[in-house]
Design a protein around this ligand. Structure first.
Ligand code: DAH
Length: 364
């Protein structure tokens, strides 16, 4: 056996016997590294006569190829075995029952927003959204609340220190009404939307939190009048509270963005320390409670959005989502909505599968 053949037999034997990847690496360095045995043989080619090289060259190159291939094969085998061992140790039986009941729940605000979307979708309303960081033109000016208007001060607005590129003051929207502006400016009438979302005011007590939720409604079409508004609100509230004896009282009021404006009261009864919506507020044992703001969209607002108020009319309304949730599901402290207390969430939260549908029951 030649020296080359002997070296090959020894190296291949060692490689096949290598027990782990570290041993393989050591063998590779020992044979093919800078000072390796095979590398050493390759270097001897330089000192050979052309005739010797003709004979020895192919043998040494073949040796290098054999050793390289043996290393690759052993490495693949060791890695495969390691993977097999890992997989065997990580066995997971997907048919076993879950050891823990699901812990998460859907927040009542999310649930109520889903209920609203379902109810209004049935009446042909789409859901629209807008950013929580607004400019003062969309939040106030376009809604007919000019700079000097007392309503601006009443909103307890959070302003940002810097203005936007157009020089408009930036703020956290104080109501969802700017979505009316965004919708009218980007969409051709007829328009039927609701816009649920977060709003912000610098205000905090048992019934006010700096962030809360509203839903805005907007209809723009030809020949819209207050009868449409009243029917829509009545249909919505009957579906939401899941009772037919909802009685509304429209009280003349003032909002800069509607003319005429109406505050909407709903009849209720006090039962076991809780307000239960339903019945005529003037009936024995009943009273009225203010629930939402509404009105016919002010001609100026329609014109501000580039529409002709002689052609297009509409109504709008705005209502607190948290308030709706409290009334329907019986919570009495708004602050608890945003505490993130797991006991509260598991008590008042909803299962991920209780999706509100008109056919299956809105509160599932
Ligand atoms: N934007 C009003 C608020 O936050 C609520 C409101 C009142 C919205 C009347 C309306 C409306 O669309 O017509 O106090």
């Amino acid at each position: 056996m030649s020296e080359t053949e002997a070296l090959q037999a020894r190296l291949v034997g060692d490689i096949e016997a290598a027990g782990d990847l570290d041993a393989i690496e050591a063998l590779r360095v020992g044979a093919l590294g800078k000072a390796g045995t095979v590398t050493g043989l390759l270097k001897t080619l330089g000192g050979m006569t052309p005739d010797e090289r003709q004979v020895e060259g192919p043998k040494i190159h073949a040796l290098r190829e054999t050793v390289t291939a043996a290393i690759a094969a052993r490495k693949a085998a060791l890695e495969g075995a390691a993977l097999e061992a890992k997989l065997a140790g990580e066995k997971l039986d997907m048919t076993l029952p879950a050891t823990d009941a699901p812990k998460g729940s859907v927040h009542p605000v999310s649930q109520v927003m889903d209920e609203l979307a379902e109810i209004f979708a049935d009446m042909g309303f789409a859901v629209a959204t807008g950013p929580e960081i607004e400019d003062d033109w969309r939040n106030f000016t376009a809604l007919n609340i000019p700079e000097t208007h007392p309503a601006r001060a009443m909103h307890d607005t959070f302003y940002f220190p810097d203005k936007d590129a157009e020089g408009r003051a930036m703020l956290l929207r104080t109501h969802t009404s700017p979505v009316q502006i965004r919708t009218m400016m980007s969409q051709e009438p007829p328009i039927r939307i609701i816009a649920p979302g977060r709003v912000y005011r610098s205000d905090s007590d048992a019934t006010h939190t700096p962030m809360f939720h509203q839903v805005e409604g907007l209809v723009i079409d030809r020949g819209i009048h207050m009868g449409h508004l009243k029917w829509t609100l009545e249909t919505f509230l009957k579906a939401y509270f899941e009772r037919d004896d909802i009685v509304l009282r429209l009280r003349p009021s003032y909002f800069p963005f509607t003319e005429p404006s109406a505050e909407v009261d709903v009849g209720y009864k006090q039962e076991r320390g809780r307000r239960v919506v339903g019945g005529n507020g003037d009936d024995e044992g009943h009273a009225w409670m203010e629930l939402l703001g509404s009105g016919m969209v002010n001609r100026r607002v329609i014109a501000n959005c580039g529409l002709d108020p002689d052609v297009w009319q509409g109504f709008a309304f705005g209502v607190g989502v948290d308030r709706l949730a409290m009334l329907k599901y019986g919570m009495d402290d708004l602050r608890a909505f945003f505490d993130g207390d797991l006991r509260w969430l598991s008590h008042y939260g909803f299962g991920a599968l209780s999706v509100p549908t008109l056919s299956g029951g809105i509160s599932a």
